[in-house]
Design a protein around this ligand. Structure first.
Ligand code: PMP
Length: 440
């Protein structure tokens, strides 16, 4: 993660704060209806929203509709969407093939709690993309990583889960630990504390999770030397995303996998965000290291609630035998499966990723901007993924500790560029980045 050069400019953080205030004030004017609606909604929805993270500063923007790469809010403002619902909508909003798939399936019934014929082709697609033979479906990334943790514990008879400090894997207890630990609670980098991310975790939860910093194989090795026989498995986001985009160093993922296997532990990827965005076959294809288990969600369902876990025959043997129960009323939901099938076979196909790679050449100019202005920042991009603009800014204050992800480096989102971004928008983006480079 040490991508921030030491020869960087000193940033005037007061100026950053002032500019942020000015921009926020300008936004408030454009969002009069969103701001008043929020007050109305607060009467019945805590914070006026349905998920605590929808209150992201400066305030929630209530959306009316989306089409292609554009969204419109309830004030009538139009945006080119680079957030894309946390990266879910990489195929674009209201994609005609997805709309058609929903229409077709809705008319035939949307829920039976019995399997339909669309789950198998989705599983076959996932196998083709990842090489992992067995799949089960759920309804969110949280459910997927919950299942992964359960399988790792049940298969090994061990309790301890290793994860990366500063990664988010969903809101179930087992992994809601050291997601964005405050600096005064995080402990030393070599032995980070397990810090609860929320009130209300089951007592003892933090004792069964241990964290190491990303991209530091030596510290992972030390952890396994110390506690390897207790570790059921390790879950990693192969590219750290919820703090910008942090790419794995060469050999890091393979090193972790070997470490896990040497100590009888399982190795799992959380590809909830990297899946279907960084490459056709996700991070498994991009970096060529196959985990025992993988969790997918988000872009799989093209905007419908979805989740999937995949694994090797050995890793999934407990689910296959029935010893491990992987269950849910809406698992393999007919509407989700019908849409996922069309999404994978007709929309997010190889050519879509060729287009994303083409767009990525433009995104790459972010790095030029950082280099040209000698900013203490990192702006990596991969496939459709880009860091939020805020990532660069928020990292400004932390050039002293670039190899740890703590509370103050907390920019969510940024997310993805879409296949549906048109050439005019691409040109505008290229021009904007170009101007920023030239203005140095
Ligand atoms: N894993 C990662 C890496 C995520 O970013 C998220 C959500 N942003 C999740 C898991 C949880 O997914 P969900 O919100 O669908 O439960």
């Amino acid at each position: 993660m040490g991508t921030i050069e030491s020869d960087t400019v000193q940033i005037d953080l007061d100026l950053v704060e002032r500019l942020t205030k000015e921009e926020t004030a300008a936004l408030d004017q454009k969002h009069a209806r969103s701001l008043s609606y929020r007050e109305e909604a607060k009467a019945h929805l805590p914070g006026g929203v349905s998920s605590s993270w929808q209150t992201w500063p400066p305030h929630p923007i209530y959306v009316d509709r989306g089409e292609g790469s554009h969204v419109w809010d309830i004030d009538g403002n139009e945006y080119v969407d680079f957030h894309n619902g946390y990266g879910v909508m990489v195929m674009g909003h209201a994609h005609p093939k997805i709309v058609e798939a929903v229409r077709d399936r809705v008319a035939k019934g949307t829920h039976f709690a019995q399997p339909t014929e669309d789950a198998l082709p989705v599983a076959e697609q996932l196998t083709e993309r990842t090489g992992l033979p067995y799949w089960r479906f759920g309804n969110s990334g949280t459910e997927a990583t919950l299942d992964v943790v359960r399988i790792m514990r049940a298969s090994t008879g061990r309790d301890l889960i290793a994860k990366i400090e500063g990664t988010y894997h969903g809101h179930h207890d087992a992994l809601m630990v050291s997601v964005f630990p405050p600096e005064d609670k995080a402990g030393p980098r070599e032995h980070p504390n397990s810090v609860p991310q929320t009130a209300g975790l089951i007592p003892g939860t933090t004792d069964s999770v241990v964290n190491v910093p990303f991209n530091d194989l030596e510290l992972a090795r030390r952890l396994f030397d110390e506690r390897g026989s207790e570790i059921a498995g390790m879950i990693v986001e192969p590219v750290m995303t919820n703090c910008g985009v942090v790419l794995p160093d060469e050999g890091y993922l393979q090193g972790l996998k070997e470490l896990c296997h040497t100590h009888g532990a399982m190795f799992a990827y959380d590809e909830v965000k990297t899946g279907f965005t960084v490459a056709w076959g996700g991070a498994i294809e991009a970096f060529g290291v196959q985990p025992d288990l993988v969790a997918f969600a988000k872009a799989l369902g093209a905007g419908l609630p979805c989740g999937a876990i995949g694994g090797t025959e050995e890793a999934m043997s407990g689910v296959i035998s029935g010893d491990i129960e992987q269950v849910g009323t809406f698992n393999g939901n007919p509407l989700t499966m019908a849409v996922a099938k069309v999404n994978l076979t007709e929309v997010l196909t190889r050519p879509a990723y060729a287009r994303l790679d083409e767009l990525n050449v433009t995104l790459h100019r972010c790095e030029e901007v950082v280099a040209k202005h000698r900013l203490p920042a990192s702006m990596k991009t991969l496939g459709a993924k880009l860091p939020p603009g805020a990532a660069a800014l928020i990292m400004l204050g932390r050039a002293d500790a670039p190899d740890r992800v703590l509370e103050r480096v907390r920019p969510f989102g940024g997310e993805v560029i879409q296949t549906s971004l048109d050439s005019e928008e691409e040109e505008r983006l290229r021009a904007a980045l170009g101007e920023t480079v030239e203005s140095a």
